[in-house]
Design a protein around this ligand. Structure first.
Ligand SMILES: Nc1ncnc2c1ncn2[C@@H]1O[C@H](COP(=O)(O)OP(=O)(O)O)[C@@H](O)[C@H]1O
Ligand SMILES: [Mg+2]
Length: 395
């Protein structure tokens, strides 16, 4: 082996060992993530969409079991309790059975703008509220996969990965077999794998054949996910950072687009280029018989520090230029998010790293931003949108 290959392999091996050691400290003794989330009656009621009084009444009347109690007598609920309560009270979250999942791509071909951070946090936000979520990590860098506690290299021996599914050479045809459980009861993941990069090359090679082969290789993910879209409420795609065939597959599979842009000049400017590229690529997809029309497109300011020089002006500029296509609340840049990510967690999975107030501010901010996205999602389902409801009343 050459010096170069040897050195790179050695560094990679030693980093993997270090990662496992960090995980063993952060997580349970077996190195697997243990959520251990509990909620007081106020938060629990909010997460199931009822008042604390209604919750207490249902418990008193025996429609719900009595909640668990801490040593000090305080009542608390686990994530599983919330699922049971929704079931017992017949609270239906999400779409109707015959409707399709909303498939959101967090797209921007710039790295470091918050795509994976938003993917992970939005998935957890939805999971807390009982939505059925599928995360699809389409980035060979696999940050989101790691945040969901799956080691990409453990998938090396299987031939049933997203990469295998997407590759036109492969005979793996049932994408469902590439789905893994996560620590969250209602969140599943199709992890990224090392083979994803090979799939990109295989897909690109169909250009030489042209015609039908190209058409098919642009629609692989779309077809795979359409077979799963009744089972989940929301499918979140974390795209690769470049617009090759993999990126085009993501564009073609999505039904809604979120574009994260930090309040920084260079990110703002590169996004202009990104939007033109998306439009160009959607034209390519249309010409190849894969028409794409998103239910919504929103830019989300993904890291905003109001106190930093220039960022307040950037935010104003974003509001002026993106207008109605901008989510009204920016995601604040927060040490809480940074620290949680360091420990392979979202802030929804972690305890405050500094003061409780700072943590709560961060969480409230994310809840507001994601609340807006949930409204957009619910407008896509006739059973949950105002338009759909009035149509059914008129009928
Ligand atoms: N709102 C935020 N506040 C603080 N740090 C953030 C925020 N959003 C993202 N980051 C950090 O920025 C880095 C890049 O984010 P990431 O989501 O991995 O970007 P991408 O997926 O677009 O490459 C990560 O270290 C992440 O923790
Ligand atoms: Mg990423």
């Amino acid at each position: 082996m050459s010096y170069t290959i040897n050195t790179l392999r050695m560094i990679s091996h030693s980093c993997e060992q270090m990662r496992d050691r960090v995980k063993a400290i952060e997580f349970a003794p077996d190195g697997a993530k243990n959520l251990d989330l509990t909620f007081g009656p106020g938060i629990a009621a909010e997460l199931i969409g009822r008042t604390p009084e209604a919750l207490a009444k249902a418990e008193k009347e025996g429609r719900l079991p009595n909640p668990k109690q801490q040593a000090n007598g305080r009542r608390f609920y686990t994530l599983e309790d919330l699922t049971d309560i929704r079931e017992a009270l017949n609270i239906h979250v999400g779409k109707a059975a015959d409707e399709d999942a909303v498939i959101i791509a967090n797209s921007n071909f710039k790295g470091g703008v918050g795509k994976s951070t938003i993917t992970k946090h939005f998935a957890d936000y939805l999971g807390l509220r009982g939505y059925k979520v599928l995360v699809v990590d389409c980035d060979p860098q696999a940050s989101t996969t790691t945040m969901f506690d799956i080691k990409p290299e453990t998938l090396m021996d299987t031939e049933q990965t997203l990469g295998d599914y997407l590759s036109p050479r492969s005979t793996f045809e049932d994408l469902r077999l590439a789905i893994y459980d996560t620590a969250w009861p209602t969140i599943k993941i199709i992890p990224s794998s090392l083979g994803l990069q090979d799939a990109e090359w295989d897909l690109t090679a169909t250009l030489q054949e042209g015609g039908q082969a190209v058409r098919e290789s642009l629609q692989r993910l779309r077809i795979g996910l359409s077979g799963l879209s009744k089972e989940f409420d929301v499918i979140i795609l974390d795209p690769p950072p470049a617009m090759g065939f993999l990126g085009l597959n993501v564009m073609a599979a999505a039904t809604g687009l979120l574009i994260p842009v930090p309040a920084r000049q260079l990110d703002y400017l590169s996004t202009i280029h990104f939007m033109d590229t998306v439009a160009d690529n959607i034209e390519i997809l249309e010409k190849n018989g894969t028409p794409v029309d998103y239910g919504f497109i929103r830019i989300v300011c993904s890291a905003f520090s109001p106190g930093k020089p220039g960022e307040a002006d950037m935010w104003k500029m974003m509001q002026a230029t993106y207008a109605n296509s901008l989510l009204t609340q920016p995601i604040l840049a927060s040490e809480e998010i940074k620290n949680a990510t360091q420990a392979f967690r979202s802030i929804y999975e972690s305890k405050p790293s500094a003061s409780h107030a700072t943590y709560q501010r961060c969480r409230t901010n994310l809840d507001e931003v994601f609340g807006e996205v949930v409204q957009l999602i619910r407008q896509q389902w006739p059973s949950t949108s105002m338009a759909g409801r009035s149509a059914s009343i008129a009928a």
